[in-house]
Design a protein around this ligand. Structure first.
Ligand code: PMP
Length: 358
């Protein structure tokens, strides 16, 4: 058996655990605690099985039309993927030459580094400023390889912090490569960058969204992006023929026609986010203002332990109580926990457990 050298040494991306047990409080993968639109169950209940005999629409025509209507743009500027992770993989294929590099901030979504390794190009992690704020991106990698694709998570994960839109716009103006704004969490934020992507004179901003978080459809696998027509066309050139299945296309369409449901769920999540942040702060935790559906929170110092030891101990103790949050080891992230906002009962269980552990 032969495995490519680049794959032999590849450090795979490790997604958050999906525990099998039922009685768990699952706050580790930024899923939505509320169900998707009831329109989704209607579509599933009435789905015509005969449609599964045939291939799905390779151009996701109806979804693109609906998205064009939502964002006041044209379908030619929209691409749809099997989750936004697939859109990222295709962007690495379409927008980066072999001698170029992929960049993002550090810390950010750790999949980006793996995507660069799979694409066999260097990854350039740009350090953020204090409090995870914007710092000018580093745009050269090993051996001077220029960054051709900058993956800009906004709001950022796992930090939960949003960057000022003016910074992103100014950066994209001077950056010769593609600025891909990963807006997986933007429905939970005060601001978004979609108008940068739909602007008539936009040459290099692509904004990406997912139905996994705000629409409560992580199990469905549907993401999309909006950008200049030539970049969108390039993504079509490198995709699999039928990358979004027929069921996903119908379900996503139903969800996209029920924005009210999504927005009501987002309002519940952001209300709980404010309450939990205040409760954690009362207990001495520190965290930036979150513009997402999670908090990135540092527990209070404990005598005899480093900050990293404290965070990891609490992570383990919560796990022992079937409460799953996320812990990212490493110099910039290891002193805190990323906690997805669940429903109020989930969060009460978390707070009670923290009181018992502390
Ligand atoms: N971008 C970011 C920043 C994320 O946190 C995630 C979820 N892990 C994704 C993209 C991928 O989302 P999906 O593939 O479910 O659309």
């Amino acid at each position: 058996m032969r495995i490519a050298a680049s794959v032999q040494k590849l450090e795979p991306y490790v997604p958050g655990e999906q525990p099998k047990a039922r009685d768990v409080v699952k706050l580790n993968t930024n899923e939505n605690p509320y169900p998707p639109s009831p329109e989704v169950s209607k579509v599933l209940a009435s789905f015509d099985l005969d449609r599964l005999r045939r291939y799905p629409d390779p151009n996701f025509t109806e979804i693109r039309h609906r998205l064009a209507e939502i964002w006041n743009t044209v379908p030619e500027r929209i691409f749809v993927g099997n989750g936004s992770d697939e859109v990222l993989t295709l962007a690495a294929r379409a927008f980066v030459d072999d001698h170029e590099a992929i960049g993002s901030f550090d810390p950010s979504y750790s999949l980006y580094k793996t995507l660069a390794a799979i694409r066999c190009v260097p990854f350039v992690g740009s350090p953020l400023a204090e409090d995870f704020a914007w710092a000018e991106p580093v745009l050269r990698g090993e051996n001077g390889a220029p960054v051709a694709l900058f993956l800009l998570t906004n709001p950022n994960a796992p930090t939960s912090v949003a960057y000022p839109k003016a910074k992103i716009a100014a950066f994209a103006k001077t950056f010769p490569g593609v600025t891909m704004v990963d807006e997986a969490y933007a429905d939970f934020a005060d601001e978004d960058c979609v108008d940068l992507a739909t602007a008539p004179d936009n040459r290099n901003v692509v904004v990406m969204r997912t139905l996994s978080k705000s629409f409560s459809l992580a199990g469905l696998r549907l993401g999309y992006c909006i950008g200049p027509a030539d970049l969108i066309e390039a993504l079509y050139k490198v995709k699999d023929s039928y990358n979004v299945d027929a069921i996903a296309q119908d379900v996503a369409l139903a969800a996209l026609y029920d924005l009210r449901w999504m927005k009501a769920n987002v309002a519940k999540v952001t209300a709980t986010r404010g309450r939990v942040k205040a409760e954690l702060e009362k207990r001495g935790w520190q965290m930036p203002d979150s513009q997402s559906n999670f908090l990135f929170a540092k527990p209070p110092a404990k005598a005899g332990e480093t900050a990293h030891e404290t965070a990891e101990r609490i992570f383990d103790a919560l796990r022992g109580r079937h409460i799953y949050v996320r812990y990212f080891r490493g110099p910039k992230t290891g002193d805190r926990l990323r906690v997805t906002i669940g429903d109020n009962a989930d969060m009460d269980r978390l707070l009670q457990a923290l009181d018992e552990i502390a």
